[in-house]
Design a binder for this molecule. Structure first.
Ligand code: P6P
Length: 335
C-alpha cells in the first residue's frame, strides 16, 4: 500500500503523540515545496532563471527563483494558524503572522532555495527547513525567539529538486523520504529509517579552498588523497555538487563526509554556511540517521545561537569519519 505524507504523519500522531498542528505545518510546507519544484522545473520556459539586481541579508545577489521560492513559502505558511513567526535566509528579519490570522506555537525557518549557483546550469538544488517551538511569553517574531540550539528542533527536512523531487524529513523518530508522484501530485513514502554508514571512502569539500584551510582540514584531506599508500590505508573518492541539499542527500543514501570548514578568506566568519536554517536542520537529519555533525569542535546541535543569520563551520556525515576529523581539530587545539 502506498503511504502518503499525511498517512505517515497521522501514524506519528498515533505512535509518538505528534501534535496535529505540526502535521498541518509539515503538510503546508510540503505543498509549498511542490510549487517551488514546479517553478524550478520550468526553467527558462518559466522566465525564472537569472539574477535580480537585489542582494539578500548575506550580501549575495538574489536569483529570481530565490525570491519566488521565498514568497511561496511565506504565503503558504502565514494563514494556517500553526506558526508564530517565520525566518528565511532571504529576509533580514523574522516575519510575523498577519493580524488577520491566528498565531500558532511553532517557528519555521528556511533556506527557500539552497544551491542557487546551480539554478542556471540545471544542477540539483533544494529547500531546507527547520521547526522550533515558539517560546511562551516572548513576542515570537523577535529574533530572540529563534535563538535556540538546534537540539530544540521538533522537525527538520529538505526537498531536493533533481531528477525526482524528494522530501526528506525527521520528527525525531528516524528519517523518512517521500518521492513526489508527479502524476498525482502526492508525496509517497519511499524510504523509512534512513541510516548513514558509520564509515566512508567519499568526501565532499570545495578543494579550490585548500590553501585557505586550517591545518587539521589540510591534514585530513591530504590523508584522503594519499589513499591506500597513506595513513588511512584506503583510497577515497570525492564529490562536490556545490548544493548542500544534493551533497547531503547523497550522504543520506550512501554515506560520506561533507565539509565546509572555516577558512582564512574571511577569518572573522566561522564558516560559509548558516547555522539556523542550513546546518541545524541538516545536523538533526544526519544524527537521526546515525551520523554525526560538528563544527570541528562541538556538536552543531549544541551551539547556542547569538544571531539569526550567523554562520558556522560544518563537518557532517558518516559518524566515524566526522569523529576522526573532529579529533584532528582537538589534537591541533591541544598543541
Ligand atoms: P562554494 C550554495 O550556495 C551553498 O550555500 C551550499 O549549498 C553549498 O554547499 C555551498 O554554498 C557551495 O559553496 O563555495 O563551493 O560555491
Amino acid at each position: 500500500m502506498r503511504i502518503s505524507l499525511t498517512h505517515y504523519l497521522i501514524r506519528c500522531e498515533r505512535q509518538h503523540g505528534t501534535d496535529a498542528n505540526l502535521r498541518l505545518l509539515i503538510e503546508t510546507v510540503a505543498r509549498a515545496v511542490k510549487t517551488i519544484g514546479h517553478a524550478v522545473g520550468k526553467g527558462a520556459l518559466g522566465g525564472v532563471l537569472g539574477s535580480l539586481s537585489t542582494t539578500n541579508v548575506q550580501g549575495e545577489t538574489q536569483k529570481k527563483l530565490d525570491v519566488i521560492a521565498n514568497e511561496i513559502l511565506v504565503e503558504a505558511n502565514e494563514w494556517g494558524g500553526h506558526l508564530a513567526a517565520m525566518a528565511s535566509e532571504e529576509m533580514d528579519t523574522p516575519v510575523g503572522i498577519p493580524v488577520a490570522y491566528p498565531r500558532g506555537h511553532y517557528l519555521l525557518l528556511f533556506d527557500p532555495l539552497d544551491g542557487s549557483s546551480n539554478i542556471d546550469v540545471n544542477v540539483s538544488i533544494g529547500t531546507i527547513f527547520s521547526v522550533l517551538p515558539a517560546p511562551a511569553g516572548t513576542s515570537e517574531d523577535e529574533e530572540a525567539a529563534f535563538l535556540q540550539p538546534g537540539r530544540n528542533q521538533v522537525c527538520a527536512g529538505y526537498a531536493v529538486y533533481g531528477p525526482q523531487t524528494v522530501l526528506v524529513l525527521t520528527l525525531g523518530h528516524g528519517v523518512v523520504a517521500f518521492t513526489l508522484d508527479r502524476d498525482t501530485g502526492s508525496f509517497v513514502l519511499t524510504q523509512e529509517n534512513l541510516q548513514i554508514s558509520a564509515d566512508t571512502r567519499e568526501f565532499a569539500i570545495n578543494m579550490s579552498n585548500r590553501r585557505h584551510w586550517a591545518a587539521p582540514v589540510v591534514r585530513y584531506i591530504d590523508e584522503c588523497l594519499a589513499g591506500k599508500t597513506g595513513p588511512r590505508g584506503k583510497d577515497f573518492n570525492m564529490r562536490w555538487i556545490a548544493s548542500m541539499v544534493a551533497d547531503v542527500h547523497r550522504i543520506m543514501q550512501r554515506g560520506g563526509i561533507f565539509m565546509y570548514p572555516w577558512d582564512q578568506r574571511e577569518p572573522d566568519k566561522p564558516g560559509k554556511l548558516r547555522l539556523m536554517y542550513e546546518a541545524n536542520p541538516m545536523a538533526l537529519l544526519v544524527e537521526q540517521a546515525g551520523g554525526a555533525a560538528t563544527d570541528g569542535r562541538q556538536r552543531i546541535l549544541d551551539i547556542q545561537p547569538t544571531r539569526l543569520h550567523q554562520r558556522v563551520s560544518v563537518i557532517l556525515g558518516s559518524r566515524n569519519e566526522v569523529e576522526y576529523v573532529t579529533g584532528l581539530h582537538a589534537a591541533a587545539a591541544a598543541g
